[in-house]
Structures are given as structure tokens and as C-alpha cells.
Design a protein around this ligand. Sequence first.
Ligand code: S3P
Length: 433
Amino acid sequence: MEPMVNIAPVRNGLRGEVQIPGDKSISHRSAMFAGLGDCPVHITNFLHAQDCLSTLSCMEALGVKVDMLSDTELIVQGNGMHGLEEPGTFLDAGNSGTTLRLMMGMLAPQSFLTSFTGDASLHKRPMERVIRPLSQMGAGIVGRGNNNFLPITVLPIQTGLHGICYDMPMASAQVKSAILLAGMYAAGETTVTEPYISRDHTERMLEAFGILVERQGTSITVRGGQTLVAPEKIEVPGDISSAAYWMVAASIIPNSELLLKNVGINPTRTGILDVLESMGADIHCLNTRFCGTEPVGDILVRTARLRGTSFGEDIMPRLIDEVPILVVASMFAEGETVIHGAGELRVKETDRLQAITDQFGKLAPCIESLHDGLVIHGGVPLQPAECFSYDDHRIAMSLAIAGAAGRGVGIEHADCVAISYPGFYEEMQSLKK
Ligand code: S3P
């Protein structure tokens, strides 16, 4: 694909059904946890995107057998919780924070050495937030620059990990998951407490693997010494973070109606639905059911007049990856939208608050930056512009929706959508009437 993609304004609305690709967070976890089991696990609707492929290749380097049956269907066969093997080379997590952070938790208790690398963006992301609690459990992990950054080496464990009680300074499913994974191998109990509950896919999937996970409020406890028993099948639900682009596109592009099929609606992820409803969106969740341990539904969205809203740190973990696309919704809404408590966006694939202010601001001068959020003055007409994605998939896809709903956009480094949604531009094309 050309690194520069031009998105034309959509004249007659978007219509049709979208099969939402598999959930990225759940795809990562399915491959990792299956790799810790000792019987084959058949995974369907796996997200065939760069981030999840990074996880698969790391698992293979650790001796796990991965058999691709098709792009989205595979069989993962591990050698048991204690059967990972020392990799012969660096593990490359690519652009994926989830791969790196969860794997540090999984590898901290192992008796062999692992070294990690990743792409330029991952080299800038803070890893101390995982290394600190794992070190308190007895792990030996060294990174560059006071342990904050890649490359990172996880040293062979000498005397085993011990459980801890850890109060997380921020809500983060990646940090929580790393601690719980290490906790499964530690002596005694490990309890992790978050300021607000982040996505709970790890807890749900560990339970499906026979691990007892106790939850009390925002605290989660796992006892070491349990044996993970892999289920035969894992079906990955569609990713609400990918569906989010179509929810907003159908809301703001006149004459649209989209049915988003098989979307994960785990309550720890549905902040976007709450915010869009508060903005007056015409959005309905139909046919709700379970996909394994995860709730799913089909989401029907029609064009609506949106109004500005405000949201802050209490809902942030439930919509953390949707802030860029919610900013696009706010640009098309009547009145002001105020977002607070979004400081974590500064340490995502890029500094998303800065990327939004600088690049979305080229389309309409309606965005003010706050240290932990944004103010968007909605309803200002958009102009065409050439914008930079910063190689951040969520910035690129949000720009594309803004351009389609506005007067067009050129996106530089647009191919980064392959990180989470390889068919995104083609899907947009197919939904035009
Ligand atoms: C993820 C957790 C979130 C999210 C990321 C995926 C996960 O990150 O932003 O895209 O799969 O656990 P944090 O844990 O840093 O909030």
C-alpha cells in the first residue's frame, strides 16, 4: 500500500453490515495462555494483524507450536506452564505494548534468559510500570535508562517469585495482567488493586483455563501453584475498539446506517457506547449473547445530531483506545466537549493528545490541549488537509473518518492501520452507497 492515502468525502452515507475483526486484546491473550497449556487449543476469529502476529512469533520462539489453518483460525499447542524454552534470539514485540508487557510477566518466573526488542515507538514507551512490581516479586529485569525502556532482558529466575500486594498507580490491563501471570508462578498470593477497573479479559480467560481468580472491588487475587488447563476452543469476539470507527462514522456521516456484527460488549470496554449515547447517538445493541466468557452483540448505528459532552478519569479505562475517534465525534457535535483524566494517552503508540491537537487541528482549528485532556469546540466546518499519522493506527483511522465525514484528508504513513485493522480502508470503500 502507498504510505500516503487520500480519503474522499463520503457523499451519500455509509450503509451495510461490517464483520468486525477479532479483538486484539483477547487474540493476544488466547495465543499466550494457550501456549502455557499442554493440549492443542483451536482459536477462531483471531485478529490477523501485525500486533497479534508479533505475539505469535514470540510464542513460537519460546517453543510453542502454532499451526495457521487460515488467516483467522489457528491451533496453538504448548508444553505446559513450565514447558517454555529459551529463545535463540531477541523476542521482537514490534509495535505491541501488550505483547511486551504481558510477556514480561509470563517470563519473569522462567529459569532462562529472554531479551526483548521492538519498533521505534515501543522503544519510547515506559516499561518501569511493569518492571517495578515484577522486581518486587523477586524477578530480575533490566532495561535501558533506569529500567524504563527497551531493549529489556529478563534474567533467569534463581529462587522463585513470591506473591505481593500491589497498588497500581494507574489503571492498566497490561500491568495488571503481567502481575497476575507472574502471580500464577509465585509462592503465596498475589493481589493487584487498580484505581479503576481496566479491561478484565485476562481474569475471564484465566478462569476459562481453570485458574481461580478472586475479585473484590478493584482488587484481583491469584494464588500461585495452580495448574492451567487449556480449553479445546477459544472463539475471539469482534473488537469494540475497531467497531468504534464505524460507530462514529455512521453517526456523523449523513444518511448512514451500519450493522456492526459480533462486537465484544464486555462492560470494561463499553465506555464508548455510554459516551456516544450521552451525545445523542442513535445506537442499539441487538442480539446480545456470549462468545465463550465474553458478552457480544450486533450494534446498529444510524446518523444522528450529536451534542458535546464531558468525560473524565472514572470512565477512561473503559474507552482508553477510543479517545481519538471520540474526538472526531466531538468535532461534528454541537457545542463543547471536555475530556479530562486522559494523561495515559501521552504514553500510547504515540503521544495521542499531542497528535490529536496537531493533526486533527489541521482539519479544523477547534481543539485545545490540556495537560491531561482536550477541549473540542464542535460544529466548526472542516477543511481538507494533509495530516501525519505518527505511525499510530488509531490516529490514522480517526483521521480517515474525520476526512470522510468532512472535506477529505490525505494521511501520511497510513499503512500503520495494519497494526490492528488491515482491511480498514477497503471496508470503508465497500460501505459507500
Ligand atoms: C490493552 C490495555 C490498554 C490498551 C491497549 C490494550 C490490553 O493499555 O490501551 O491497547 O490488551 O491489555 P494499558 O494497559 O496501558 O491501559
